[in-house]
Write a protein of this length. Structure first.
Length: 293
């Protein structure tokens, strides 16, 4: 059983398609087919079922996938240990774009301090997809909110709390409410809002509730519906709309103004967690996570 064949097996299993796997690995489908045959011959067990031109893991293949992830990771860790700094490390972080915006730069700085030669790839996935990909071994870290983790962590994953996001009512400098120290709720609701149609975290279509504002209790006058955060911020900066935005948006855009609404009884706060899979964490990454926990 060859480690290279196990690497190919994991990619084929993820795509369930030889052509797609071949494109990712820059090999021919014929070469990958031979790798699968070698693997199956060494195990004396078929690991894929062939259905026309498609292939899919059978029961034995599902069992092998978990072992293959561990074996490939162990091979990488062993090579890194013996080759030392000459082996360039690569880390894949999976998360919604909004969490990358708020926490990505700080995480990159932490990782660079721990492993200066490491490269970091940010993959944009909504929370459930990020956790699923992490569990499959397709990423090294995931950034998600506590809501996505639920009451208990998925099996095989660990997490540490990074911080929190507080949503803030925001106006641009040219808005009629700009410059006011406090604004009553009734007056806020007389003005137009911009709001995403889908949750910035999980990607589900939630309409007026997508940004965490309690429209069921304090219905807004939403004029602009959009999922592009940069456009949303531009609408706010131009004074055309109010918006409910993460606190770090104000920190990074100095011309945005927070509106304090003293009589509003609701607040949206999201806890943010860094999640990883210990069974496949590389040596330096596992050491950093253990030290930071």
């Amino acid at each position: 059983m060859d480690i290279a064949d196990l690497r190919s097996f994991l990619v084929i299993a993820r795509h369930a398609n030889l052509r797609a796997a071949a494109d990712e690995l820059h090999q021919t489908p014929s070469a990958l087919s031979k790798a699968v045959k070698r693997l199956e011959a060494s195990l004396a067990t078929p690991v894929f079922d062939r259905v026309g031109k498609a292939i899919r893991l059978n029961t034995a293949g599902e069992r092998l996938r978990e072992r293959a992830r561990t074996l490939v990771t162990l091979a990488d860790q062993t090579e890194a240990e013996f080759r030392g700094v000459s082996l360039r490390s690569h880390c894949r972080l999976l998360s919604p774009a909004v969490l990358q915006w708020g926490f990505g730069a700080a995480l990159a700085a932490e990782l660079s301090a721990r492993q200066p030669q490491a490269s970091l790839a940010f993959a944009t996935l909504f929370e459930d997809a990020a956790l699923a990909a992490l569990a499959r071994g397709e990423g090294d870290l995931a950034l998600v909110t506590g809501v996505a983790l639920g009451a208990a962590l998925p099996a095989g994953l660990q997490a540490r709390r990074l911080g929190e996001i507080r949503m803030q009512l925001v106006a641009g400098p040219g808005h009629p409410l700009a410059g006011r120290t406090e604004v009553p709720t009734a007056e806020v609701l007389q003005h137009d809002f911009a709001c995403p149609q889908h949750s910035m975290f999980c990607g589900l279509e939630r309409g007026a509730r997508a940004d965490g504002w309690r429209d069921d209790r304090l219905p807004r006058r939403i004029r602009f519906w959009l999922d592009d955060l940069q456009l949303l911020i531009n609408l706010v900066r131009s004074g055309q709309a109010l918006a409910y935005l993460p606190d770090f948006a104000l920190a990074q855009h100095g011309d945005l103004l927070r509106l304090t609404v003293p009589d509003c009884p609701y607040e949206c706060v999201e806890q943010v967690h860094l999640v990883w899979r210990p069974a496949t964490a590389s040596g330096w990454l596992a050491a950093w996570l253990a030290a930071a926990s």
